[in-house]
Write a protein that binds this ligand. Sequence first.
Ligand code: PHE
Length: 460
Amino acid sequence: MAMDSAGGPQRDTWGSKAAFVLAAAGSAVGLGNIWGFPTVAGQNGGAAFLAIYLLAVLLIGAPVMLAELIVGRHTQKNPVGAFKAIMPGSLWSLVGALGVLTGLVILSFYTVIAGWTLAYILKTAMGVFGPGADTAAIFAEVSGSPVSAIGWHALFAGITIAVVVKGVRDGIERWTKILMPVLFGLLVLLAIRAVTLSGAGDGLAFYLKPDFSQITGSVVLAAVGQAFFSLSLGMGAMITYGSYVSKKDDLVSSAGWVTGFDTTIAILAGLIIFPTLFHAGLEPGAGGPGMVFVVLTSLLSSIPPDPYGGIIFGTGFFVLLAIAALTSSVSLLEVCTSWGVDEKGWTRKKAAVMLGGVAFVIGVPSALANGAVGWLSNIPGVGMDFLSFMFLLFGQYSLVIGALLISLFVAWVWGVNAAGDEVRASGKGFALAGAWGFLIRFLCPLAILILLVQLVSSLF
Ligand code: PHE
């Protein structure tokens, strides 16, 4: 085999695949791993939830990830355009439209939480989390004052819009390549500190020793929903990112890398939060959206040397978390923007500014839902705050419904054979075709359907 004909294209292929895996991992890894996973796991029984979560990622998340990437690469389109390209004139494009709407609402509360991470960069750098600091009171101050909550929300939404308008995603991706491993390393160090705290054993038991009697339909649904949120599935983000993947890349291993990396980060976040939480004598299921902020910062004062350990680790952590959140919020706005550009004919700038602006406005009630406005902080008849409610409706249920429709579409409308041909287009075969076909045709849709039917019947 001639060196140049084999070497050149192969290097190109690898280069673009690495860039893609990085961008997709940037979308996947974010607040969902470090804020969402411990919050949902804490509310749903800990270890039993973790076990179900891992099964959900493997058996439902990974096959749906592959399905979205296949649709994206095959059509080279935004989610609405992708369904139109495969099934012209059908109602299936509504699934893409649901995805765009879902992306907009997720973005609306995502920038609220990400705004808190910006505030926390300042707080940690100023050293406010020394021994004896009341971390709950500090969270209440950041999230409960309307000016602070809306101001940070506006700033993060503005940065997201600027990145999508300027299309400096290349720059961000280059950064991500360095910062992701740094984030990973920092999480490992924080986990080591957390598991060596006094009382950490109870936290580890809560997180790692499953009590399977805790598993109910709603725990399983929460695990599936959380898996979709964390992996950026069910609303077309991976269709959009898949549309940039070269025909030479092996989609199966790309999906595997992204899924594995994202899941590892979530597991690590739990290893930090639960030991610290039990060390501090807190309740894992209580605390709502602020729980992770309150617990994490209570760890900082125990990092030597005092006070510099806490300041350095804390500031570094929140800077990295803000960047991880930015690569996710950019992907959310990117889905909406690509729809505005392709389907509405808007300029990129107009689409990003208008849709990002709409998301900001929809996000204001979420920004006011952590103490600033009483009824938003505990909606009468709903029993939770507005932000948590949006997260449940759009960050979980809507993604679950979207993923159900996407898997039905790929498996039964377009067909697993046609989809499989798209995987084989890379020339690397599709060894897992049988397993994937089974999961996407039967297990994924059936499991989701049963969970949804159960959810709806539990409402009556
Ligand atoms: N996966 C992202 C996170 O975990 C959130 C997200 C969801 C991004 C859906 C895009 C689409 O933070």
